[in-house]
Write a protein that binds this ligand. Structure first.
Ligand SMILES: [Zn+2]
Length: 278
């Protein structure tokens, strides 16, 4: 959603000024604030792209502005003169005097940096994300190769699903929903899954991501917002994630929550039985 918003509102426009209100927001840009602004000001923002959780805008210089929204980052498009948001971190002003692009981040876990672009498998990518695998939305996504990569990892299936070097873009929420659809417990070992079952899981993840995209992304805690700050409402259609104690929409048994990698996994104890050996 954010990529679409950037493409619609800022692609093709020339940046006239860059203001960094909080240096932490560009901490990954090691040469610092002045260098960051100098590499963007005067350049055209050519196109907005995304792979997995990363978002970037190609610059007419051949470099790219890489953004990670973290937990609370937002990209806002605002008319000039709109009062600054409390957590405004970076502002781009454009030569056409049109709407500004603002990076707002309450917790400042996210950030921006200007990066060189490298080519991997014929695709130009910002250098720091060259190792990130294609995501299922990518037109060149290779489903068969992704199935093989997931099964080869020999770990718990949810860990493999979250591993961005195998397949990207699947976060904790989408993983829990996909596992629920495929009737798999998160701790099932990948090497015991058939290619067909693994494909079913991958297809479920893709379907969940497409459904989320259709309604504007997930917004269960109001931190995921689109380019204009409007929240999505995908959370209303979640089957497992965040549903602890509520009936499974398929069988009625109460959804359970289990600790997983400092977070939680939600599953149905009847539809998604825990593996007996692992
Ligand atoms: Zn169930």
């Amino acid at each position: 959603m954010v990529r679409r918003g950037l493409q619609d509102h800022v692609a093709g426009r020339v940046v006239s000024r860059v203001e960094v209100m909080h240096p932490r927001a560009i901490r990954r840009h090691l040469p610092g604030t002045v260098d960051f602004g100098g590499r963007i000001a005067g350049r055209e923002l050519v196109a907005a792209r995304r792979r997995g959780k990363y978002l970037w805008v190609d610059l007419s210089s051949g470099e790219a502005v890489l953004a990670h929204l973290g937990m609370s980052g937002q990209m806002l498009v605002q008319p000039p003169g709109t009062p600054d948001e409390k957590h405004l971190r970076v502002r781009l002003t454009f030569a056409d005097d049109g709407p500004e692009l603002r990076f707002v981040d309450q917790r400042t876990f996210g950030g921006l940096s200007v990066e060189p672009v490298v080519t991997v498998d014929g695709v130009p990518l910002p250098a720091p994300i060259a190792h990130i695998a294609r995501d299922p939305m990518d037109p060149a996504f290779d489903r068969t190769a992704a199935i093989a990569a997931l099964r080869r990892r020999r770990t718990e299936v949810k860990r493999a699903l979250l591993d961005q070097t195998l397949v990207s873009g699947i976060g904790n929420i989408y993983a829990d929903e996909a596992l629920w659809h495929a009737r798999l417990h998160w701790a099932r070992p990948t090497d015991a899954l058939t290619p067909r079952k693994t494909g079913e899981l991958l297809d479920a993840a893709t379907a969940v991501m497409n459904a989320a995209l259709d309604v504007g992304g997930t917004s269960f805690d109001a931190l995921y917002v689109n380019i204009n700050g409007q929240s999505g409402y995908f959370d209303r259609s979640l089957n497992a994630y965040g549903q602890e104690g509520l009936p499974c929409p398929r069988c009625g048994r109460a959804i359970q929550r289990e600790p997983f990698m400092n977070r939680s996994s939600f599953s149905c104890p009847r539809c998604q039985p825990r593996p007996t050996t692992s």
